[in-house]
Design a protein around this ligand. Sequence first.
Ligand code: SF4
Length: 441
Amino acid sequence: MKTIKKMRYNWEASVLGLMFQLNQKQKAKRRVKSGRNWKSEYLTPPLDIANKSKMLVARHILRGRHANERGKVAWVTSGAPAEFLKALGFYILYPENHAAICGTARVAEEISSEAENAGYSRDLCSYARTDIGSVLSGKTPIKTIPKPDILLVCTNICQTVLHWYRVLAHHFDVPLILIDAPFIYTEASDHSIEFIKRQIEEAIPLAEKIAGKSLDPQKFAEVINLSRDASMLWMQILDRCQHRPAPISAFDQFIQMAPIVEMRGEVETVDFYAEMLHEIDQRIAQGVGAVKNEKKRLLWDNLPIWYRLRYLAEFLGQHGIVIATSTYTNAWGELADLYDPEKPLESAARTYIYPMLNRGAGDKLAKMKRMIEDFHLDGVILHSDRSCKPYSIGQMDQRDRIIKDLEIPALLLEADHNDPRSYSEEQTTNRLESFVEGLGF
Ligand code: SF4
């Protein structure tokens, strides 16, 4: 039986993964040969590396199908210090990423309705509703997801995750590790960092018990090192968009950020971003921009609207507008310098106390102002995300301050990152049209 399972695993995770990659390559070649190239008039085709990221994500998903048979599984929040679990060999699943896949596959509404039918309010974050709906109904666009042996939640992004993971812990009857992150307004105090460090220290024996092995300090340092390298490369990729024309847009970044969220601490992730940076540098050398005729450059604040990425990219692209950068994708690179493989535990505590959502609204405004300057931006779109209250709080003031202090237009766009019921295409289009006019074409 074991042999059959092993063969099935190797077939799905390795052979199918490889076949998927070859298929993607062949498709890309055929598209070029037949002249049936990219359909958009306004946008440059995606990077070649996009096929590789699809393959990386597909392989991770395929591995997940057999993760319960092959070892232990941890479900973790996106901003959690998951490196010690990775070093212990856990297969790591990020329910937020899975929910985003449901969003882009346009099944989030159907799946979150399952949670709503079970009594969960529509006022809850749509990631939480999508995940809980998927757990309750078994519905997922990726066929199946592995069950957790342990849950790790960190409150450095919001408090919703705590309640959401309590539901999961109850449902799966598995231990829940809570890393409680004190909120910071300016600088994190030493005792706040020590507080997080001790919580991670206390969590390690439980994780070791479930993993059935001890944490190897060298392996832990290696994983931290790989997380740092990948984050640094990601930051360099984002910073390349200071070039005019921007070689990739925030819409490309939203798609290509999957490995930095889901596969931090892996060699393949570092290699992937090194290759991506190389291709971006080639684009810059050739003067190729994400938008073919770039005229104006914008900042995007908050999560993407996963189910309308292409529509928004096309709408803006036809006006020669590129979203050159976003606070959301930036969040995955800006803390890279805080990882320190020499002090894995302390640096994990330091890195994961500083995410943007764990800092004051004034800090975000200052960051946006810096980005507007560094990326030579002409305006800002602030997505007021019905689901993500911690990200959206203060946006009205931030918009007003940007308009007043920097004298550039800023638009507050109401939607929801995953739930299309809180999005109106007509209203969005009308608001974007007026905003575009205000950019001074
Ligand atoms: S409320 Fe915001 S930060 Fe919290 S899980 Fe939802 S999207 Fe993430």
